[in-house]
Design a protein around this ligand. Structure first.
Ligand code: BG6
Length: 484
């Protein structure tokens, strides 16, 4: 099956940081279908050879194991081409159409990795030159809009040009092996299903913590913030994966229907819950592992009086029979204590304690997404020192490290998702109604924060965010996993 992958934003940050390395890995693993062509689109006046050289030079920044040798790159580079385009000029799309029509690939993937303001223009112009054929698939990067209205505007234009089955909305968290494993854990094993409900689960905690600050993306982040950047998409998708009902089969719409139901069941915000259950923070200046780091407000491209949040902690509930009353806590932020993405499922304590021992952090399932991918089952067991105290129980951990089990050379998120687009598999992509529902749910928080002159709470780099996040969860009688 031949394919053309057109990369709008072909010289941009995402292209060289994520997409080209992912395409190269697929090429190296032999999973990229043969007969492919990757056409970078950019404003620069580059020949195809100059574009290849540019991409080659960027691989210097990729981790060593994922860098191509010169020989490997020479083979990969044979797939690369470049078309210079100003995306606002209709004539330039004609040139693209000529390039594509000269070959007539079986599948044409239009990957729109540009500023979101250009999404509708690009789709309209693709249609204007007749490139919205049934063979075409369009990939849209996040953020898809800035709020519910702008998201709807983009989706309504895109959906008049393409059928929903041609639209691949990327959330790269869905491509992470750990998320696939979560689906396998829940829907491939009968073991946990009877326990997966309010009667047995006390609370669920979703953490996506990063050590990095905003790096060179200050200007983008200023108008985005952690709620739009991480919660509206990645964190809510994780919440769906953990909270959804078993789908009737593994088809894309069966899965997406169930995720949609979770989003629709999220407890609506009220002024009272907005005040107590939605915490925002912003990192100040300090140290990360002994290295001084600047405050968010001193980052390049950031307003020195900025109220943009770099940390969010939320408490919500899924209002249905399975989950009513079980708190779901979501927490994400930059410049936190570690790079750590995980979901912690805390089971209810035993109904009656017969052992004279605190259970510590037992009775818990941890789904690790980053930096390791794996599962930990925390159980209570008889400790080593049982001569002095026969009841000396201690928490122990059953570890299933998927990187060790399956090797660390596993298919990365973008590699997996790009291969899925080329093959036309929609399971790991977000449908427009899911996306709208997620925006609908976060919008009251956005509104409340934009009308609140108090701004985000400061926190020191290298911590777990403002103390209000711990206070929020403590009100329910719980604590974050690391506070045990
Ligand atoms: C992106 C956000 O979607 O996800 C970034 O825009 C964030 O701000 C990144 O750093 C985190 O992804 P990962 O895969 O490194 O956890």
């Amino acid at each position: 099956m031949s394919f053309d992958l057109v990369l709008f934003g072909g010289t941009g940050d995402l292209a060289w940081r994520k997409l080209m390395p992912a395409l190269f890995q697929a090429f190296r693993h032999g999973t990229l279908p043969p007969g492919g062509r990757i056409i970078g689109i950019g404003r620069d006046d580059l020949s195809a050879d100059q574009y290849r050289a540019l991409i080659h030079s960027r691989f210097d920044k990729v981790e060593l194991a994922k860098r191509p040798s010169d020989d490997e790159f020479a083979h990969f580079a044979a797939l690369l081409d470049f078309v210079r385009m100003d995306l606002s000029r209709p004539d330039d799309y004609q040139r693209l159409a000529q390039t594509l029509q000269a070959r007539k690939a079986d599948t044409v993937v239009m990957y729109v990795a540009t500023a979101p303001t250009l999404f509708t223009t690009v789709c309209e112009q693709i249609a204007a030159v007749g490139l919205n054929t049934p063979q075409t698939r369009v990939v849209l990067e996040k953020p898809l809009g800035h709020d519910l209205a702008s998201n709807r505007a983009i989706n309504s234009t895109v959906c008049t040009i393409f059928q929903e089955k041609q639209v691949f909305r990327i959330d790269h968290y869905l491509g992470k092996p750990a998320v696939q494993n979560l689906f396998a854990l829940r829907f491939g094993n009968a073991l946990f299903e009877p326990l997966w409900r309010r009667e047995h689960i006390a609370n669920i905690q979703i953490t996506i913590a990063e050590e990095l600050g905003v790096e060179k993306r200050g200007a983008f982040y200023e108008t985005t913030g952690a709620l739009r950047d991480m919660v509206q998409n990645h964190a809510l998708q994780l919440l769906c994966a953990i909270g959804m009902e078993p789908p009737i089969n593994s088809h894309a719409d069966a899965i997406r229907d169930e995720k949609l139901k979770v989003l629709r069941s999220l407890k609506p915000w009220t002024p009272a819950t907005l005040a107590t259950d939605a915490i925002r923070g912003q990192y100040g200046a300090g140290n990360m592992a002994g290295t001084p780091v600047v405050a968010y407000r001193s980052e390049a491209g950031v307003d020195p009086h900025s109220n943009t949040e770099t940390f969010v902690a939320l408490r919500t509930e899924i209002s249905n029979w399975r989950w009513a009353g079980v708190p779901f806590y979501i927490r994400t932020g930059k410049r936190l204590a570690g790079r750590d993405a995980r979901i912690v499922v805390n089971f209810r304590p035993t109904p009656h304690a017969i052992f004279n021992s605190s259970i510590g952090d037992a009775n818990r399932l941890v789904i690790n997404l980053q930096p390791r991918d794996g599962l930990e089952l925390h159980l209570l067991a008889q400790g080593q020192d049982n001569r002095r105290n026969a009841h000396a129980l201690a928490p122990v951990q059953l570890d299933l490290d998927f990187d060790k089990r399956f090797g660390s050379e596993r298919v990365g998120a973008y590699e997996r998702l790009l291969l899925d687009v080329i093959a036309g598999r929609l399971n790991l992509f977000v449908r427009s109604d899911e996306q709208e529902e997620a925006w609908r749910w976060v919008e009251p928080i956005l509104d409340a924060w934009s009308n609140d002159p108090q701004g985000p709470r400061p926190y020191a780099p290298g911590t777990w965010g403002p103390s209000a996040s711990s206070a929020m969860i403590a009100r329910d009688g719980f604590c974050w996993a690391e506070e045990n």
